[in-house]
Design a protein around this ligand. Sequence first.
Ligand code: PRP
Length: 224
Amino acid sequence: MTSSDMDYLTIALPKGKLFDHSVRRLAALGYSAKGLSEDSRKLVIANEEKKLRFIITKTADLPTYVEYGAADIGIIGKDVLLEENRDVYELLDLKFGLCRLMAAVPEQFLKPKLSDYAHMRVATKYPHVAERFFHDMGIQMEFIKLNGSIELAPMVGLAELIVDIVETGRTLKENRLIEVAQIAPATARFIANRVSFKMKFNRIHQLVEDLKVLTESEELKCSK
Ligand code: PRP
């Protein structure tokens, strides 16, 4: 870590569903930068006054940036953490972005038991999660890794099943897919690089404490 790296706190933010909410939460605590937007062509956006650097990454890559210390901290979904299995500290459940990992099939393909799908093909962005799940259930399957629009796979005969996240359920409904197994719930998590957590303990610890308070107050607001 250079002295300039030591001066700055580098925060990784994921493109996609969690971006806006992550920016809002951090901004509420004074962690913001001019021009911080998902559409920004600039991928590193700094706030010189507060010695903050934001980097915007593809969701699946975010834990890698944090593991290697290219970012000190980051916000990412538990689904991605389960899939990527990176060596990072998971410091806080931020409790937004609730979704669940699940398996689904086209409605005309519904079978009585999950084991009835044995040896079929599963298309997914989450091959490790999917493999672990079916392995633990004692069901052998074939897995096909895709990078998006997973719902397309069963429509065109690439796979019989999908393993994906569902949030509102709209995508499943629009594509006439039925959930056949729940795998795990997922929310946004605050993660940190192991070395940064020690070297920049005061700054990171303070941010975690502030986020904790904010998360609790948001929860209270939602439950009212
Ligand atoms: C995710 C997921 C589903 C959809 C589920 O895709 O892969 O397609 O969201 O959300 P819903 O239940 O609210 O409809 P994402 O939008 O991240 O894009 P992708 O398909 O390109 O990965």
